[in-house]
Design a protein around this ligand. Structure first.
Ligand code: FAD
Length: 418
């Protein structure tokens, strides 16, 4: 099977790259083994919230410029501050074309409210997500009786400490009783499959309406809207006060919606989506990847002019840690990591953890290297890359979007940026 480009991994990075390549006229395939990190994410995307020295980023352009000095191996520093900013803006408009609306932009982080009632910086948040509330507003944080993955009383207690007027309560939704028999079934995604049905709208609306008449805003767990914002829009039209949604413990409804809409857009743009398959190994000729071998197509290799590795970090098995070090699983690419295991971790769980920065080493074009030799047609994007800390620096989603578009740009317009 021959394609212009084959992408290994269909999470945020692989899909954005694939959509951009397909829109650029490339015949593109994505091979993706299983669920991506999006199913576990908040639904908000981070671009750059903190510098490696812990300084909070207030202005993205200034933060990116400082990063070039502080962290030269950071993927943003390799790409260059100006281009990162440009790709971030381009990513936002590409996401909008996929049907993903967001509040926020690349110029500066905004603060979104977390399920624990704290606020944290983000680049883009779904419009349903509450941002820092106004003092004086009377907010009602509402849970669903028996649903353990969202605790309104915890969120309310934290919000009250910030001087906000907050009430916490649970609503009863008998329509969900069939899920309660099995507590492992009582999760945001299974609840959403019920609440997204037209026939259940009236019961949900009736349970929330009295609260909407006595409060200025309702904050509810993100338990509906698996494929669109229909229920959310309809509720907002019918309730007496605005409704907002907070992400729950995984699985994440907003994250799964993002995955679905990106997949649909990739397929609509003409891409070949190959789910449930796994690239096991590659054949190399003269520092070029010539064939990819997958589990399902045992004896029929995939061939492509360009290959993009978007297989994710340890979470998705793109990287694997063993006794003797850290390994990139498909190609065995050179990895940035420290050989001394004792230096991988810091004792305080809340400190920046060195292992978070482990990942594939590339040059400025994001081509991967094997024993110091650059592979000419193999690009690396997203969380399999090394040199940054998605949690401490708050840049996970941004790294995926920016590196995906940087690589797509080079494949579509070779020589343009080198
Ligand atoms: C639990 C969790 C929550 C996060 N939450 C956020 C958040 O809220 N906001 C934010 O900005 N960032 C968040 N991040 C950071 C996150 O890394 C990125 O936002 C992003 O979703 C990662 O996308 P990715 O495409 O690089 O990798 P992944 O999402 O990990 O996708 C990689 C895909 O490749 C597939 N794959 C792996 N190996 C192969 C192979 N050999 N052949 C075929 N397919 C393969 C995997 O099955 C997977 O589907 C989170 C990360 C984690 C781990």
């Amino acid at each position: 099977m021959k394609f212009d480009t084959v992408i290994v991994g269909g999470g945020l990075a692989g899909l954005l790259c694939g959509i951009r390549l397909s829109r650029g006229g490339q015949r593109c395939a994505i091979v993706s083994r299983g669920q991506s990190a999006l199913s576990f994410s908040s639904g908000s995307l981070d671009l750059l919230s903190r510098l490696p020295d812990g300084t909070a980023v207030q202005d993205t352009a200034a933060g990116l410029a400082a990063l070039e000095t502080l962290a030269p191996e950071h993927p943003y520093s390799l790409i260059g501050a100006g281009r990162v900013y440009q790709y971030a803006r381009e990513a936002q408009s590409l996401l909008a074309k996929c049907g993903l609306k967001f509040q926020g932009d690349a110029s500066a982080p905004h603060r979104r409210v977390t399920p624990l009632g704290m606020t944290r910086p983000a680049w883009l948040s779904p419009p349903e997500v509450p941002l820092s509330p106004r003092k004086g507003e009377h907010i009602c944080v509402v849970g669903i009786n028996g649903f353990a993955d969202f605790q309104p009383h915890l969120a309310a207690a934290t919000l009250r400490k910030q001087g906000l007027r907050v009430t916490a309560t649970d609503i009863d939704l008998p329509l969900l009783d069939n899920l309660r028999d099995n507590p492992s079934e009582f999760r945001a995604v299974t609840i959403a499959r019920q609440l997204d049905q037209d026939s259940h709208f009236a019961e949900l609306c009736a349970a929330l309406r009295p609260l909407s008449e006595t409060h200025d805003a309702i904050w509810f767990p993100a338990c509906f809207g698996l494929t669109d914002d229909k229920v959310y829009t309809r509720l907002n039209a019918e309730l007496a006060c605005p409704l907002y949604l907070l992400p729950t413990l995984p699985p994440s409804v907003p994250g799964m919606r993002m995955q679905t809409l990106l997949q649909q857009q990739f397929i609509r743009s003409g891409g070949a989506w190959m789910p449930g398959d796994e690239v096991l190994r590659a054949t190399l000729d003269n520092n070029m990847v010539s064939q990819l071998w997958t589990r399902r197509h045992e004896d029929i290799p995939l061939r492509a002019d360009h290959v993009v590795l978007a297989s994710g970090s340890f979470f998705s098995n793109g990287l694997v840690a063993g006794r003797d070090g850290v390994r990139e699983k498909v190609f065995g690419l050179d990895v940035l990591h420290s050989p001394d295991r004792a230096s991988w971790y810091r004792d305080n769980l809340f400190d920046a953890q060195p292992w978070q920065q482990f990942g594939v080493r590339t040059d400025a074009t994001l081509r991967g290297q094997l024993q110091g030799e650059t592979l000419q047609n193999l690009y690396v994007i997203g969380s399999v890359l090394g040199g940054y800390d998605a949690i401490h620096q708050g840049c996970g989603g941004g790294i995926c979007a920016v590196t995906a578009l940087h690589v797509a740009q080079q494949i579509c317009a070779p020589g343009g940026f080198e």
